[in-house]
Design a protein around this ligand. Structure first.
Ligand code: BES
Ligand code: ZN
Length: 643
């Protein structure tokens, strides 16, 4: 694959070509000299594949990375003054402000924080985002001890770059407005394998892996994982990577399906430029459903549901191959350009593969998440705008919420609605990708291109229709002024709506309930049903116990999306008999979108629920990703009032 070094529209030439290879971090890769808030979870354990060399035979196992970024190009403009202006802390940054470690095993709840925080966002401080504070960014090279892996035999390390965390991994322009190619040389001890988000990788002698990414990408998409991992082919250009104990399940889940997703994506949005599309199943504490590292998506092992029911996450990450990875938001304040377009692309692919009814059902569950988020934060919350001002020093991750995803999806759907013809809008999306590929852009570029592409719409002034002004979409918080029609999903939603209604009644109509056969319902139909039950909760006394007994398929589910909803229902209904399920679920995985809602629900519940939260966090904190730990600490009032 030949390297591509586009000039930025501003004419800035590639300026780092020929930069000499830099050794990243001290030889032997000792970790940054800061004290991790949760000790062993952050520091490479002595037996880590990337721990500092030690004298004696064991010390000969060393890891070195040689690093090179080249061909940096700058996007049209940096975003509205945020992450790019933040001083890069580098490996010797000052230690993070001290967080009192939990007394291990202590079930005693502490008093709630003095200032109630927004339940769906993670911090509080700066002008447009006054609830967000300035605080040191956590280190983002994650070092896991053997017990933190699925196999529990060997240590593991991985990086998570998005949003601005790769600055603690290697020196870089850590803003999505700059793109460059890279190459890396990684040496690991015997018995370990290194993988990266690269277009080529080669294993050389002495356990040395050489990687090259020949397409220009922003810093946040550079990713590395090292562990006891193996791979299995699942398609002509795809394989799954996982720990040996998960590889069979991983192959079974996705064998033969990835290619179809890629092929439909290419048909809709143009060539797939990244060569391979591989998937790495991460250890259970991985904080996201998926992360779109080019050529190698990282995913949570929760996707291994056994029935392919959670493939929408894979389709989402594949969609980033065009939206996000090829056309990139120039600033994290316009994250919706990545995620809103990706949600739209995901649902276009899903419509082609699974049909409109199923896709509308899935979109309805997304809308429910947006509703929950806006209810929790208040519609007028400044983060409920598509364009967010992120002040210098504010960690963009702290602005993360459902708005860029689901309100962004509504805005893109609104643009499609203005065009009025799906195939014309598909053609526009393809032209958009072609126009801005390998660049970083702002919403003004996107909307300007839309109006140029459809001059008749520009003529009609569609950007200023009262109530639907493009400016309002971008800059006004609140519920989307336009919602796409999800009624094609009605055939799947209606039975679930009706059943939830029956369960919410004061006196149960058992006959009517027993007449509904849910055995053939698909996962998302059950998810939709459970969301409705949750909305109506607490149910009248005794109903949830009966529901639990009647549907073991739900209350004993292994599927993570069902487990999340069931745990939420258990907590909202104070069903103490099933609190152990909440605990078990939180012990089994550390995905942020599962973990935080459950801690919020526990902390907002009874004394018993609060004690459960404390006990569970005491036991699981060291397993959790540091961001997730910090957000949970905020929910539980364990973070000082400093931010
Ligand atoms: N790029 C995101 C994950 C992310 C966002 C990491 C912000 C760090 C900061 C990824 O593509 C994503 O959106 N994942 C979702 C998938 C879902 C929407 C299908 C997730 O993890 O839940
Ligand atoms: Zn995404």
């Amino acid at each position: 694959m030949s390297p591509h070094h586009p000039r930025s529209p501003t004419g800035c030439p590639p300026c780092l070509t020929g930069m000499s290879p830099a050794t990243l971090g001290p030889p032997g890769m000792s970790p940054p000299p800061r004290s991790p808030p949760w000790g062993r979870a952050r520091r490479p354990p002595p037996h880590s594949p990337l721990a500092a060399p030690r004298p004696g035979p064991a010390g000969s196992a060393r890891c070195r990375r040689r690093w090179r970024t080249d061909g940096a190009t700058e996007g049209p403009r940096a975003g509205p003054g945020e992450e790019s202006r933040r001083p890069v802390p580098g490996p010797a940054a000052p230690a993070a402000r001290g967080c009192p470690p939990l007394a291990s095993g202590s079930p005693v709840p502490r008093p709630p924080p003095p200032v109630p925080r927004s339940p769906s966002t993670h911090g509080q401080g700066a002008r447009d985002t006054p609830h967000l504070g300035v605080c040191p960014f956590p280190p983002q090279v994650c070092w896991l001890a053997p017990e933190q892996t699925a196999g529990k035999q060997k240590p593991y390390m991985y990086t998570q770059g998005q949003a601005v965390l790769n600055r603690s991994f290697f020196p870089c322009f850590d803003t999505p407005s700059v793109k460059c190619t890279y190459s890396a040389t990684v040496q690991v001890p015997e018995g370990f394998t290194a993988v990266m988000s690269a277009t080529s990788s080669e294993k050389q002698k002495d356990n040395t892996f050489v990687f090259k990414m020949s397409q220009p990408i922003p810093s946040y998409l550079i990713a590395l994982a090292v562990g006891d991992i193996v791979s299995a082919d699942v398609g002509p250009r795809s394989r799954v990577w996982a720990e040996p104990c998960l590889i069979e399940a991983a192959k079974k889940e996705y064998d033969g399906v990835i290619e179809e997703f890629l092929a439909v994506g290419e048909k809709l949005f143009g060539p797939y430029v990244w060569g391979r599309y591989d998937i790495l199943f991460m250890p259970p504490s991985f904080p996201f459903g998926g992360m779109e590292n080019p050529c190698l998506t990282f995913v949570t092992p929760c996707l291994l549901a056994g029935d392919r029911s959670l493939a929408d996450v894979i389709i989402h990450e594949i969609s980033h191959s065009w939206f996000g990875n090829l056309v990139t938001n120039a600033s994290w304040g316009e994250f919706w350009l990545n995620e809103g377009f990706t949600m739209y692309a995901q649902r276009r692919i899903s419509t082609e593969v699974y049909g409109l009814a199923y896709t509308c059902l899935e979109a309805a569950t997304g809308r429910a998440l947006l509703r929950q988020h806006m209810d929790n934060t208040g519609e007028d919350h400044p983060l409920n705008k598509l364009r967010v001002v992120i002040e210098p020093g504010v960690n963009p991750d702290d602005t993360y919420n459902e708005t860029p995803y689901e309100k962004g999806y509504c805005f893109v759907s609104y643009l499609a609605h203005l065009v009025g013809d799906q195939s014309k809008f598909d053609a526009f999306l393809q032209a958009y990708v072609n126009q801005f590929k390998f660049q970083s852009i702002t919403a003004d570029d996107t909307l300007g291109f839309f109006l140029e592409y459809f001059p008749e719409l520009k003529e009609k002034g569609v950007d200023s229709i009262p109530g639907f002004e493009f400016d309002r979409w971008l800059n006004t918080p609140g519920w989307p002024p336009y919602l796409p029609d999800l009624s094609p999903g009605e055939q799947l939603m209606k039975p679930a709506d009706e059943l939830a209604q029956l369960w919410a009644a004061d006196s149960l109509n058992v006959e009517a309930i027993e007449a509904v056969d849910i055995t053939a319902w698909r996962t998302y139909q059950l998810v939709y049903f459970l969301d409705k039950v949750l909305e109506k909760s607490p149910l009248p006394e005794g109903n949830v116990e009966r529901l639990s007994k009647m549907y073991p398929k739900i209350s004993k589910a292994q599927n993570a999306e069902l487990r999340l909803r069931w745990c939420q229902i258990v907590l909202k209904n104070n069903l103490e008999a099933e609190y152990s399920k909440v605990k078990d679920f939180l012990h089994s995985q550390g995905k942020q979108k599962y973990t935080l809602p459950l801690y919020r629900a526990m902390w907002g519940g009874s004394e018993v629920a609060r004690a459960l939260a404390m006990e569970t966090f005491s036991a699981t904190a060291p397993q959790l990703h540091v961001n997730v730990q910090n957000y949970v600490k905020k929910i539980l009032g364990l973070e000082g009032a400093e931010d």
